[in-house]
Design a binder for this molecule. Structure first.
Ligand code: GLY
Length: 347
């Protein structure tokens, strides 16, 4: 990412001074904060092996972390076989795919997001344009689509045949009292998909020591139209503090919205926790807050899962889930691998 591509709102010409907080709506190019060079690191959810590979290739070539992570997750958004993200994502209860995404650029502490976006394969690219080309952070629904059209995005039908069959099977299996019959001969991989909250998140520390992240999803499958989860909400599904670290999340978005979980994880790192401990503490906090009977199983434990993936300024990384074992992806510059995340409870 080129420096001139980033803007902050300030009334003062900064020159080489450090970034200042929002003062008014005039804009000037921000000074990218160059930290001491370190080893680049990329972290992602378990579906992010190809995303991490791509992001690492780019940061090794000297790309800004935001360029790298967005290019990385675009691969998964384009993949019809990942039913949790972009093209091929599972639709809402009306059979319409609605996508959510946000991104955050550490050096400028700027963010962009879109929610309930239809017809556009790569919501993360639109989120990034919200960051770069508007004075706003979050655009939703029809407004987000019009913004994407204005920037030349091509519209597609995002509902693949497989995703449509999974949705139809869900709809036909809802009740014995309606007029829809479940198929008797549906494929196992169509029948076995129940409500899911799959998502991809990817954060990177680049060669300049700067951190950025992105989260992108089709959200909760078969959701009520217009439902927005944590993934486009800064602090809930993603947070970056360029001085301390970044965290992204997958899993039940409603709990991340109620706990502002990724912000909390970064705050724990700011207070000195290593990434894995910070992620585990957020899992504990969420489990403690899950007091509603409908969110607890008979054994008093949560009836949902959430996972966190964090890196800090030193390039240390870690991940944790409420339920494990689960894997996560780390590319440390030499190896791109699936590692075991920490967890509170065994599945
Ligand atoms: N974490 C994805 C969602 O709940 O929408």
């Amino acid at each position: 990412m080129k420096r001139r591509d980033f803007f902050i709102k300030t009334g003062v010409l900064l020159g080489s001074a450090p970034l200042l907080p929002v003062i008014n709506s005039s804009r000037i190019a921000a000074q990218t904060v160059i930290q001491k060079s370190g080893k680049p690191v990329v972290i992602s959810s378990a579906n992010g092996l190809r995303a991490a590979e791509k992001a690492m290739d780019l940061v090794k070539e000297g790309s800004d972390a935001l360029d790298a992570v967005i290019a990385g997750v675009n691969i998964i958004e384009d993949d019809p076989n990942d039913h949790s993200v972009g093209y091929g994502g599972l639709p809402n209860e009306d059979g319409v795919v609605e996508l959510d995404s946000c991104c955050m650029h550490g050096p400028t502490h700027n963010a962009g997001a879109v929610a309930a976006l239809r017809n556009i394969k790569n919501p993360s690219k639109v989120a990034r344009l919200v960051l770069e080309r508007t004075d706003h952070v979050l655009l939703v629904g029809e407004g987000a689509l019009r913004f994407a059209r204005a920037h030349g995005f091509k519209e597609d039908n995002l509902l693949t045949d497989k995703a449509r069959k999974i949705w139809l099977n869900w709809k036909e299996s809802l009740s014995k009292d309606d007029d829809w019959f479940s198929p008797e001969d549906a494929d196992k991989d169509i029948k076995n998909i129940i409500k899911t909250t799959g998502t991809i998140t990817c954060c990177a520390l680049d060669r300049n020591g700067n951190i950025s992240g992105v989260t992108t999803t089709s959200g909760l499958s078969f959701k009520i139209p217009g439902r927005v989860g944590d993934s486009p909400i800064i602090g809930a599904g993603l947070y970056v503090d360029n001085e301390y670290g970044a965290c992204g999340s997958t899993g039940r978005g409603e709990e991340n919205l109620k706990n502002l979980s990724c912000f909390l994880a970064v705050e724990f790192m700011r207070m000195g926790d290593l990434p894995e401990e910070a992620c585990l503490k957020v899992c504990r906090r969420i489990a403690d807050h899950a007091k509603l009977r409908s969110l607890l199983k008979e054994d008093g434990k949560p009836n949902f899962n959430v996972s966190f993936y964090a890196i800090n300024k030193k390039g240390q990384y870690g991940a944790a889930s409420i339920y494990g074992p689960r894997k996560f992806v780390v590319h440390d510059g030499s190896k791109n691998q699936l590692l075991q995340a920490a967890y509170l409870y065994k599945k």
